[in-house]
Design a protein around this ligand. Structure first.
Ligand SMILES: CC(C)(COP(=O)(O)OP(=O)(O)OC[C@H]1O[C@@H](n2cnc3c(N)ncnc32)[C@H](O)[C@@H]1OP(=O)(O)O)[C@@H](O)C(=O)NCCC(=O)NCCS
Length: 144
């Protein structure tokens, strides 16, 4: 997909968060409604939205202190636009804005390998304490 066909936006202004909510719900990445999703993105350090004309076709965000640590969440590209380099572009845009930080993330077991494209490496020492722990247990997120 050529760059002039889509627009990268890093501000939450003029974003329809009902569209964000719908995209993340579609993939089961989040079940929050638009208003709550707006708060989540506004409270994030980096937000990236990809628009084609006025349609939201991709999102991603990171929480961070802006200096030392960052964590990436909610990377998604609308189904009909997948496989055209947009996911890569979203992660690249986030990493640029987190330059100098250690960056962590976790993904669904079915996407293991995806983030190796950006040089992420599996860790032996990460811990997580989740709400809805049963879901993460069932989906195979935990080592034991
Ligand atoms: C994962 C996702 C964001 C990738 O976006 P995309 O625009 O389709 O990806 P790109 O076209 O930029 O591809 C980037 C690279 O990742 C690879 N890739 C894409 N999806 C992958 C997956 N699930 N597992 C492993 N590699 C994957 C591509 O082959 C490509 O590799 P290449 O550069 O060597 O060709 C997109 O498929 C998506 O929205 N998936 C559903 C939501 C989701 O699961 N998000 C991730 C949650 S952590």
């Amino acid at each position: 997909m050529s760059e002039c066909e889509y627009e990268i936006i890093d501000s939450c202004e003029n974003i329809d968060f009902a569209e964000v909510s719908e995209l993340l719900k579609f993939y089961g990445l989040s079940d929050l409604d638009g208003d709550t999703q707006k708060r989540v993105f506004q409270n994030s350090y980096v937000t990236i939205f990809v628009k084609k004309e006025n349609e939201l076709i991709g999102v991603g965000r990171a929480i961070s202190d802006g200096i030392t640590q960052g964590a990436i969440y909610n990377i998604a590209v609308k189904d009909e636009y997948r496989g055209r380099g947009l996911g890569k572009r979203i992660v690249d845009e986030i990493l640029t804005r987190l330059a100098g930080c250690n960056v962590v993330l976790y993904t669904h077991p079915k996407h293991i390998g995806l983030y190796e494209h950006w040089g992420f490496r599996r860790m032996r020492t990460s811990y997580a304490k989740f709400e809805r722990e049963e879901y993460f247990e069932q989906e195979g997120f935990f080592v034991e």
